[in-house]
Design a protein around this ligand. Sequence first.
Ligand SMILES: *Cc1c(COP(=O)(O)O)cnc(C)c1O
Length: 376
Amino acid sequence: MMPADQPDSAAFGATLTIDLDALVSNWRLLGKRAGTEAGAVVKADAYGIGIEPAVTALAKAGCKSFFVAHVSEAIRARKVAPDATVYVLNGLLPGAAETFAAHGLSPVLGSHEELLEWASFRQTGAQVRPAALHVDTAMNRLGLWPGEGLNLARERSGVIAAAGIGLVMSHFASSEVETDPANARQIAAFAEIAAALPEVPASLKNSSGHFLKDCPSYQLTRPGYALYGGNPTPGQPNPMKPVVGLEATIIQTREVEDGTQVGYNGRWTAKGKRKLATICLGYADGYPRNGSWTDTVTGGSALVDGVSCPFVGSVSMDLIIIDVTDAPADAAKRGASVTLIGGPLDLETVGGGAKTIGYEILTSLGRRYHRRYIGG
Ligand SMILES: *Cc1c(COP(=O)(O)O)cnc(C)c1O
C-alpha cells in the first residue's frame, strides 16, 4: 500500500519501511499472551507509522477496539474502521459531546465533571456509543481517584449508570519495570474498582503489562508500543517483530586530517585521519538533535553494511555526518544506503543514542520520508 500521489523513492533522501504484517503478527501475539481481546492504541498517528494503514490492517485482522488521544485522530480511525469501537483517551472536552455522537466515538471519561456532562448529553436522547471510565491508580494525570470511583460505582443508579459506561480502565505508570512495587499496588487498586462494577468489562494492560506476572488481563488490553515493534521487556530479548525500518542515502564522502573540526560550531574534532560520509536526513525528519556526537558527548549511529558508524558533530536540519572509516569502501560511497533504524539499531538503541526513549523516536518519525508499506 502506498499513497498514490507519492513520487518514486529517488525523490527522497530516506525511506521508511513499515511492515504491516509484522504489526498484525505483534497484535496477535499480545492477544494470545493475554488470553483475552487485545485492542490497539493508535494515538499519535499510530506511533508515527500512519493511522489509516495501521487501523486498516488491524481491523482486517479482527481488531475491534482502538484507542487514540484526540477526537481528530478518532475521526480518522473511524473512517477506515466503521464498525470498531474508537475510544478517545483524553476524554470529553467541554461542548465536544455532539462531535462524539456524530462520529460514533467513545470518550474515556476521567472526572466527575466529564461524567455529568456526558450523562446529561445522553439524557437529551442523543444516540451515542458506550463510554469508558478512567480510574487513576498511580499516574495523577487523568481519571477519578480510586476512592471516588468506588463511591460512584456503589451508587447503583447514579452517574455511572446515567453515563452508559461500557468499559472501566486504568493505566500503568511503570509496567516496563517489572520489579517496581507500584505495579502490585495498581493491580490491587484496579481489582477493587473492577469488582465494584462486575457487569462492566475492564482493561488494564498496556504493552509491558502483558509481560507482568500476577496481572489479570480482564476483558480487553491496550497495547501500543509493542505493536510497533518496541520492546515491552527492556533489558531482555524483544519478543516482538520489528515493524519500522529507516534507511538514508549517502550524498558525499570525504577524508579529513587529524584535528579537523566538523559540523556546526565545530563540536567534533577528528582524532587521526578519518573518512566521513554525509547522509540525507536530519532533525527536520524527526531524528532528535540530541543524537549529536561531540568531543564530550556520545550520540547516535548508523549501520553501513552492518558496520556501526557513529555520528560526527551536530545533527543538522537535513543532514547527518557519520564516520565511515571502519566500513567497507564499496558500501560507504555516494548513493549507497545506510540504516538508521533496523537490525541491531532497534528502537531502544536508537532512543538511547538520542538520550530519549524508543516511543519518542517512533512518534517523531518525519513526514518527509518515502514511506513504503509492506503487507497488510
Ligand atoms: C498510550 C497508552 C497506552 C499504550 O501504552 P504502551 O506503553 O504504548 O503500550 C495504553 N493506555 C493508555 C491510557 C495510554 O495513554
